[in-house]
Ligand binder design. Structure first.
Ligand code: PMP
Length: 409
């Protein structure tokens, strides 16, 4: 794999040049929370507002036609990006969280009941954890949690035990936003389908960072967010297999999602519009397609390879210290996140001191309180990388830990 020309990539991201605090150069290592946006995406966004801002699907006038075509083609672009069959299988939502809620409400509330099980893992993000927990409570379904072992891997024997004939839905993260664990999604899909269950893959941390093909994964649903893949905020995707989306009830009702409305009854629009009620996320959707173009230009294989180098280097440098505990699988087998604690320094204090040095990392439970309970820690700090990060930025992270040790040590 050719190394990335990170210097020229960074020139596309104006924000990376800024300074923070007392003039420290920004070292942005909070990419699992939100990634930065290149000029190419910002341009597409502003071209929309400067040139053809209009509501879609309703207008005869030229602006509306231009906006409709761009918005619809954005679905084609995203379908291509994740290996879906076509726009019918790509619903635009606000984010990963809304995508999961859409499935939980539209499918879960109607299909789940006493005797059914929803199978999650112990490392799910709250967006999946809380949503399924609530829907299970309302429907009488049981929630089961696949064990995460001491090395941060899913216990696949336990998965095979839990995914039995009562399982109706398996909803598992594809790459953990804390441990970095990459789960065997295809194996989980086969287990689910052998038991007539559906599977939802949470791709929030995988679609941005590695090539993903939903057809190869054979998942029924797959969800991700635009703001974690160099796209705008306020846009996410729900991929669904066409036959599954055809069968499912709508989530939100209103304009645009209907075919015909009479005093007696209403029929639904074609896919994917059946699931996009009201004025959709037009600028954001078009911006997300531009982000997919940008990522493909850089190359998803090259992005993954660069992030693996950064992650391995960060892990190895951090691992040299006796007072640092890193959570999750080994350096060479994880997504681009490294969550850790430094002995004797609270995660929030550490993040605050690093911020004084320009280093932006996250502290807290990263929306995975149950996982943190299992790890028996209140919080952790998390450095997370994207393809525009450099080895020098990893050094800046590691070196600034000393400043925290000086204060608290
Ligand atoms: N799942 C995972 C694995 C995540 O990392 C995140 C974001 N931290 C989400 C879901 C939720 O994404 P959003 O906040 O964009 O809905």
């Amino acid at each position: 794999q050719e190394p990335l020309d990170v210097e020229s990539i960074r020139a596309d991201f104006p924000i990376l040049d800024r300074e923070v605090g007392d003039g420290a150069p920004l070292v942005y290592l909070d990419n699992a929370a939100t990634t930065q946006t290149p000029e190419q995406v910002i341009d597409v966004f502003s071209e929309y507002y400067r040139g053809y801002n209009a509501n879609v699907h309703r207008g005869i006038h030229q602006l509306s036609q231009e906006a409709s075509i761009a918005y619809e083609e954005a679905h084609d672009r995203l379908a291509e990006f994740i290996g879906a069959d076509g726009r019918e299988e790509v619903v635009f939502t606000k984010n990963t969280t809304e995508s999961i809620n859409l499935v939980a409400y539209a499918w879960g509330l109607n299909e789940l009941g006493e005797g059914d099980a929803v199978v999650l893992s112990e490392m799910e993000h709250h967006s999946s954890f809380v949503t399924w927990q609530q829907i299970a409570e309302r429907t009488g379904a049981e929630v089961r949690y696949i064990r995460v072992d001491d090395d941060g891997y899913l216990d696949m024997d336990h998965a095979a035990e839990l995914i039995d004939e009562d399982a109706a839905m398996v909803s598992v993260v594809h790459a953990s936003n804390v441990l970095g664990t990459v789960t065997p999604m295809r194996e989980l899909a086969d287990l689910a389908h052998d038991n007539d269950a559906l599977i939802l893959g949470d791709g929030a941390q995988s679609v941005p960072n590695r090539p993903v093909d939903v057809t190869d994964l054979d998942v029924d649903f797959y969800v991700f967010s635009g703001h974690k893949m160099a796209g705008p905020t306020g846009i996410g995707c729900l991929y669904g297999k066409q036959e599954v989306l055809e069968d499912m009830e709508p989530f939100l009702y209103g304009g645009d999602m209907i075919r015909r409305v009479t005093f007696e009854e209403t029929t639904w629009n074609d896919l994917p519009w059946k699931y996009e009620a009201g004025t959709p996320l037009i600028a954001q959707g078009i911006g997300l397609a531009a982000a997919a173009d940008y990522l493909d230009d850089v190359g998803m294989d090259a992005i993954q390879a660069h992030e693996e180098r950064l992650t391995e280097y960060a892990y190895e440098r951090l691992d040299e210290f006796d007072d640092v505990e890193i959570y999750g699988p080994p350096a060479d087998d994880r997504g681009a996140v490294v969550a850790f604690n430094v002995d004797g320094i609270h995660a929030h204090d550490l993040a605050s001191i690093l911020n004084d040095h320009g280093v932006a990392i996250r502290a807290g439970d990263h929306c995975t309180q149950p996982l943190h309970q299992k790890l028996d820690i209140a919080a952790s700090v998390r450095a997370s990388f994207y393809f525009y990060n450099t080895m020098a930025e990893v050094d800046a992270l590691v070196d600034s830990l000393d400043a925290a040790r000086d204060i608290f040590g």
